[in-house]
Design a protein around this ligand. Structure first.
Ligand code: ZN
Length: 267
């Protein structure tokens, strides 16, 4: 079986420079491709370096709403520069009204500028959204979008909005974190996702799976538990169990979906 990680952050400094080891373990565990998302200008060079290092890395460059205060006056030019450098995707971008003390004011402008870049170049875009689903839908509806589709990563929005987002070309990505017992609403929501719009992700080093499913325990230098990207197979198994499907069938379907959005982007 081949597994496709629709969203992770392999460049994250919490991995302490062990990226080569993590890549080898992931490949051994069946990971065929992983979308590695940059979150700010500071980590785009690391994402680019990883793409040059490994063919399974599909680089993605974007400004995450949590890091907008770090952007330089040339950030948008800089984004285009990285996208010219290597075939890749746009993300992680987004809207966040959940994080305490995070200013919302600059978020829409930066989000729309990046969505515009993705639309113009027809590159897949990975979107983070917390407590801004209605507004996200309006912005996507009213602006040009990439024809190949967009990814709502760790989709935790209302099930009722799935058809409206699907109509705009959205794919819905399931993280291992939703396998925690208490995440029942989020899991149930995925039963409403159209079969041809489902993706799976680790979001490593974040969104750790429940302990009994964590096949690759990993910690940062200061002892904090991290999600290993090779846990992807365990996310597939967990979701297959929940949906009552054979994991082979689920994997085949997710492969098709992944190729439809991210296919043809090879470094
Ligand atoms: Zn992320």
């Amino acid at each position: 079986m081949k597994f496709y990680d629709a969203h992770n952050h392999l460049q994250d400094e919490r991995f302490g420079g062990r990226q080569a080891e993590l890549l080898a373990a992931s490949e051994k565990a069946g990971v065929a491709r992983m979308v590695v998302n940059g979150a700010c200008e500071g980590d785009w060079p690391e994402v680019l370096a990883l793409a040059r290092q490994s063919k399974i890395v599909l680089p993605s460059f974007g400004y995450h709403p949590w890091y907008l205060h770090e952007r330089t006056p040339d950030w948008l030019q800089n984004l285009n520069k990285f996208l010219d450098e290597v075939p890749g995707a746009v993300g992680e971008i987004g809207l966040d009204r959940w994080k305490p003390d995070l200013p919302y004011e600059p978020q829409e402008e930066v989000f729309l500028a990046q969505l515009g870049v993705a639309a113009e170049r027809n590159l897949p875009v990975s979107i983070h959204c917390l407590q801004a689903w209605g507004r996200l839908h309006e912005l996507l509806r009213d602006h040009p979008r990439p024809a190949r589709g967009l990814v709502l990563h760790s989709f935790g929005g209302p099930a009722e909005m799935i058809p409206a987002f699907a109509k705009l070309g959205a794919y819905f990505s399931f993280p291992g974190y939703f396998l925690h017992e208490r995440k029942i609403r989020q899991r149930e929501t995925f039963k409403q996702v159209p079969r041809d719009r489902l993706l799976i992700e680790t979001d490593a080093p974040d969104q750790l799976l429940p302990e009994d499913r964590n096949r690759f325990p990993l910690a940062s230098a200061d002892g904090k538990a991290l999600n290993h990207p090779a846990n992807l197979a365990a996310v597939y198994s967990g979701l297959a169990e929940f949906l009552g499907e054979k994991v082979e069938l689920l994997a085949a379907r997710v492969e098709e979906n992944f190729q439809r959005v991210f296919g043809g982007i090879a470094n």
